[in-house]
Design a protein around this ligand. Structure first.
Ligand code: AMP
Length: 881
């Protein structure tokens, strides 16, 4: 044996390929016979000796008396250095992996600098026609060769000299070298006819001696040679697809398995997959090679996180802290509305990234206040008052209004505006504290407790439960808790589908859209709650007299009115008796009974039932989103582009009803109307019409009798902590793999997905793996370090907030995994760092570190020259920002 060289192994263990002196000598002698290297020539040695190309680089010049020049370690990757070295050392012969030759050919003035080169040998991966042509365009006299061979044989086993003037778009791998046989066989080990693809087998002297200490694997790949009588002769099964051409040369066609070549490095994705899967945070992984926008091959790892590992992540108060930091930002921001008592800062649409219109927010506020005002509140405790939108509307009519918020800034803002709201300081008691801190909060005291639009910042359903239990203690008998603006867990996918569909270009392939939705789901940082949570709470707590789940009342189809709801929890005035409920509801099913609005009106008018309910009415506010979800989830009926999907959705004949139409109709007929989600289908709602003089029973969704006492509390909510895992996983895995694998095997991009796509026979369907966003692949392209102090600071802040190790100046905010919450945090930090008022919207405008730095520098410059009339680059239409 001459040497063992290790190469990637699909089972996760590299395998050592052994080669004999005899085979290597044969290969070297053939080379000298064919090319005739002379002592006045010079060969460059630049391939690391763990790759077999280095064997001829070392021994050929030594054997022939030619000069041997050793490149510095790592020099093979630096084309500028190589060009300089060739010029300085007058190198005549050198090797390139084709992808590196492509890079090298971009060097300026190669013709002058590298005129000494007479012979370039390519091997290791397919040599393309375009690289060949570029080579001949730069090197007018040099020869170019395409050689082929695996580590399991002595270096190369076929060779081809490229033609200068050829229109043949394929560069063949040539013919076998001396004493070497090539067989191209079908699956029955019969020679494939000319031009018919088959698997390439190597026979003759060149075949290696098998894998070191791997007899089973050796037996699988090194088979007895069926075409010779020579005892012990073996053929090596390469896994390469090839065919014989009619001109007697061989054409390389690809692989029969998943082995890939990235920059000439031979990689079994299985080896990387096995290593990734050893990490405790990973449930499953797949690795594929994909071309980036320049045609360069990159490794992409698809990772399904092990959500069980989420709980082992360090627990932080992150969601609660973030909640605090967001409001700390908002209070500093001038209200986008003229009225500081109606501060709408932070009301950013998830669809457009723009401020939501004031009218929508005013309607939302009115709808939120209706049940509170019905309570005629005198003593209120509001948890999470933010910048006081509810407080300023309600406190005037109260004898005491207590309000807390974890953000000191928010409380300071409210305090600052009390006088303007004509509120006496003793009337309003302000506390800086998290939601679950009830110390010094009197028990049995308040008639109304408000927890509005903040539950999504809570970390878990258990936390919400804990807060609500305490809230009930603070409530006087007959009091009410409003849990407002709760995000519906069952509509989380519909919400993200809706936003992604809105933002997608018409030609976006459908699998990309599906992937974007999945990414958003995995990145969801906010708590969403199953409305049935409140019925379950009722079931366990005898203090609760009644629960009502309310869909929002508003003519505006906003994300708040479509995907959020209010829960009202009433404390029994007398726990012993509880309210007498009218139970005789006449229920009908919208779809099965084929009801219409007119039919319903006729029923209510003619029969005048005391209590009438209708279940499972398609909700016009979310129906198209639910249809989109179904179309996206259910292949093979899915369309192929976003535009087609949109057409298909608008073509469906299912029509929904806006809940407010039934509400208006019922009220016009003198009924009290309750509208809540259907427990059967989140795309449907139920409605209950009762006479004002009767005590209405709960809607099915709020009915404690229907609650499942076995169900765990955490199952009523998503797990926002999972997003922490999703965000940190790429950095975590990159660092981990760097300790386990050679650098070239560490994937360029990590795509977090919720499940690996499977083919009908249950195997991984690699072709169905979504394409990563181009930006993700670009990330591993040349890193441009921050150049100015402003860029350095921005990169540092982005890195901290986004959990990214290294941020370059061309990195885009969204490409690094940014989203609106992160934008808010970043802007807060930037404002602190640069002491200028940076508009949040800058973060939504295709921003990179470099562009943001420019914008900040301009803002700083303007801030120093208040008197000069300059266009605001952040608002100017022609601005670059
Ligand atoms: P290695 O063991 O690293 O030399 O990789 C061997 C594999 O690289 C072969 O099985 C082929 O898949 C690929 N390969 C090597 N040379 C060429 C070539 N000239 N053209 C196409 N593929 C090649």
């Amino acid at each position: 044996m001459a040497y063992v060289i290790y190469t990637s192994g699909s089972t996760g263990k590299p395998k050592g390929a052994m080669n004999s002196h005899r085979a290597v000598c044969n290969r070297l002698l053939w080379m000298q016979d064919s090319f005739g290297l002379t002592p006045d020539e010079c060969v460059l040695q630049k391939t690391p000796f763990s790759f077999d190309v280095s064997v001829w680089e070392f021994f050929w010049p030594l054997m022939t008396g030619a000069r041997l020049v050793l490149a510095r370690p790592g020099g093979h990757r630096d084309s500028h250095y190589l060009a300089e070295l060739i010029a300085a050392q007058q190198i005549s012969t050198l090797h390139f992996v084709p992808s590196m030759l492509r890079v090298f050919l971009q060097e300026p003035r190669l013709e002058e600098r590298c005129g000494s080169v007479t012979r370039v040998i390519c091997s290791g991966e397919a040599l393309t026609f375009d690289i060949q042509q570029r080579f001949f365009a730069r090197f007018s006299a040099a020869h170019l060769y395409n050689m082929y061979g695996p580590t399991e044989a002595a270096i190369d086993v076929t060779a081809w000299e490229c033609y200068r003037d050829t229109a043949d778009p394929v560069v063949p791998i040539g013919r076998p070298i001396a004493n070497t046989k090539i067989y191209i066989l079908d699956e029955h080990m019969h020679p494939a006819p000319l031009e018919v693809p088959g698997e390439l087998y190597i026979g003759g002297v060149a075949v290696g001696c098998g894998y070191h200490n791997r007899p089973r694997l050796t037996a699988e790949r090194f088979l007895p040679d069926p075409f010779t009588r020579e005892a012990g002769a073996r053929i090596y099964r390469t896994g390469d697809l090839a065919c014989w051409r009619t001109d007697g040369h061989i054409e390389y066609l690809g692989r029969t398995d998943f082995q890939v070549k990235v920059h000439g490095f031979r990689i079994e994705p299985g080896e990387i997959e096995a290593t990734v899967q050893q990490h405790p945070t990973v449930r499953a992984a797949a690795v594929v090679a994909r071309p980036d926008s320049t045609g360069d091959t990159r490794l992409v790892a698809y990772v399904v996180p092990n959500t069980d590992a989420v709980d082992s992540l360090p627990t932080t108060d992150e969601p609660v802290q973030e909640w605090g930091s967001i409001y700390d930002l908002y209070y500093r921001q001038d209200a986008p509305t003229a009225d500081p008592l109606f501060n709408t800062a932070g009301w950013i649409s998830s669809y457009t990234g723009q401020q939501m219109p004031e009218a929508e927010i005013r309607t939302w506020l009115h709808d939120t206040l209706v049940p509170v005002q019905a309570q005629q509140p005198r003593r209120v405790y509001e948890i999470g008052c933010g910048t006081g939108m509810l407080l300023f509307a309600l406190a005037g009519g109260c004898s005491e209004y207590w309000a807390s918020d974890p953000a000191g800034g928010a409380i300071a803002y409210v305090r600052q505006h009390l006088a303007q709201a004509q509120l006496a300081p003793e009337q309003v008691r302000l506390l800086v504290r998290p939601a679950d801190d009830f110390s010094d909060i009197p028990q049995g005291y308040f008639d109304t407790l408000i927890i509005n639009s903040v539950v999504h910042y809570f970390p878990t359903a258990d936390y919400l439960l804990h807060v609500l239990r305490q809230a009930f203690k603070a409530l006087a008998p007959g009091g009410m808790v409003l849990v407002g603006d709760v995000r519906n867990m069952h509509l989380l996918r519909a919400f993200h589908t809706s936003v992604q569909l809105f933002q997608a270009a018409p030609d976006l392939p459908i699998h990309q859209l599906r992937h974007r939705v999945q990414t958003q789901l995995l990145n969801e940082e906010q708590l969403t709650i199953d409305p049935a949570f409140f019925a379950a709470l009722h079931h366990t707590d005898p203090q609760i007299a009644r629960v009502e789940i309310r869909l929002k009342r508003s003519p505006y189809p906003t994300e708040h009115t479509r995907f959020r709801y209010n829960a009202l929890l009433y404390k029994a005035a007398d726990p012993a008796t509880g309210p007498a409920v009218d139970t005789g509801v006449h229920w009908r099913h919208w779809q099965e009974d084929e009801l219409t609005i007119d039919g319903l009106r006729a029923w209510l008018t003619q029969e005048q039932p005391r209590a009438a309910g209708v279940t499972d009415i398609f909700n016009a506010r979310v129906l198209t989103d639910a249809i989109a979800v179904n179309l996206l989830l259910r292949p093979p009926h899915t369309p192929t582009t976003t535009a087609e999907l949109r057409r298909q959705i608008s073509g469906t004949n299912q029509r929904g009803i806006d809940p407010d139409r039934l509400r208006d109709m019922g009220e016009s007929l003198g009924y009290t109307v309750q509208v809540g989600w259907s427990p059967n289908d989140a795309a449907c709602f139920d409605v209950l019409f009762t006479r004002p003089d009767s005590t209405p029973p709960p809607l099915p969704i709020a009915d404690p009798q229907r609650a499942n006492p076995q169900r765990l509390w955490q199952s009523y909510a998503n797990n926002p902590k999972q997003s922490l895992l999703t965000r940190t996983l790429p950095t975590l895995l990159r660092a981990y793999l760097a300790t386990k694998l050679p650098e070239y095997m560490v994937p360029a991009a990590f795509v977090i997905i919720d499940a690996l796509p499977l083919s009908p026979n249950g195997k991984l369907d690699r072709r169905a793996l979504p394409e990563p966003d181009a930006a993700l692949l670009e990330r591993d392209r040349p890193y441009l370090a921050p150049r100015t102090p402003v860029e350095v600071m921005i990169a540092r802040i982005w890195g901290d907030v986004l959990g990214v190790e290294r941020v370059g100046i061309d990195d885009g905010f969204f490409a690094l995994g940014g989203h609106s919450l992160r934008a808010t945090q970043i802007v807060a930090r930037l404002r602190e760092a640069f002491a200028v008022d940076i508009p949040l919207r800058l973060m939504f405008e295709d921003v990179t570190v470099a562009r943001l730095a420019e914008a900040i520098e301009t803002l700083q410059w303007m801030a120093c020259r208040p008197s000069e009339a300059v266009a605001d680059p952040a608002t100017s239409e022609e601005g670059e920002i």
